[in-house]
Design a protein around this ligand. Sequence first.
Ligand SMILES: [Zn+2]
Length: 373
Amino acid sequence: MSGSPIPAGTAGTMPGIAIYPGQPGSVHVTELPRPQPRPNEAVVRVRRVGVCGTDRELIEAKLGAPPPGSRELVLGHEVLGMVEATGREVRAVKAGDLVVATVRRPDGCPACRTGQPDMCIQRAYTERGILGAHGYMVEQFTEREPFLVPVPASLEGVGVLVEPLSVVEKAIRHADLIQARLRSWAPTTALVLGAGPIGLLGTLLLRLRGVEVVTVARRPAPNPAAAVVEACGARYHSVRETPLADVAATLPNIDLILEATGVSALVADGMTLLGNNGVLVLLSVTGGESVAPVPLDAINREFVFGNKVMVGSVNAGLEDFAAGVEHLAEFERRWPGLTSQVITHRLRGFDEAERIADATDDGIKTVVEFAVD
Ligand SMILES: [Zn+2]
């Protein structure tokens, strides 16, 4: 059987939440042509879109580029949707399936050609909702089959977290690949810097593997992030209450550090605290130009003597989205209802578009809800 037919009468326009890149605070609702699918594409009805630090930087005009020929960029790169219809060549998804969509579009470089657009050596890729392609804060979008990843219906409430989780999946997969240099790599102690969505999902993923995790952030407990950390058996520390060096001094060799604070000063701390044979994975996009003195002789010496690695990691590969779906299901089995606590704010579709950039001091993840019954 080929895919379900494209319903008639889907022509016309639809609303979308967009910015004018380069113009701070320009969030607005726009009208876009309703997408017309090609035979190898599915039409997806958007249900939820997550908001992250990148969206706030887009709204502050610190990054972002519209698609060619447009002044506007539709926001949204963390999406959960439902397939409405499929072109005749589509096999892997069908109408009614929940899906997440990947973000980055490959170009012609060797990494992209071999299916790794997240490793694009040219850095000439387009990213939906960020660079050169419209995002997912619309009623419907079309996408080619390989870039849609099915999500079980049981994960409807948390599936929008697959994209941020995929970032952590890639980070830890790469750490594992790097650590293939060791004949035995079984991390027992990890430090997670930051308790935003990336830090929390990293904490959950490492706990699933049985790693002892200490997650540090600024805000003193109790707070919603600390509650998630403690519920999965990790330890939470506020660096306002205990300096990071004092927290680290209580730990055995730190095998893995995930840096996800958005504060570049923490990179120097991470380099200093990383244990022998350890890996420090940098995940923060730091938009500033800050300069600070660092103890380079000591860091260099300890990196050499300790065979340490520091690695950057951006975005995720298709396999990381698939792994994210599987691990979300495992989170639900192991800690029922816990992952949904990462979503602390929900906004109503196009009605509350102007609020998507609002700071949420007391919150973790904001999700914009579109076609949710
Ligand atoms: Zn490329």
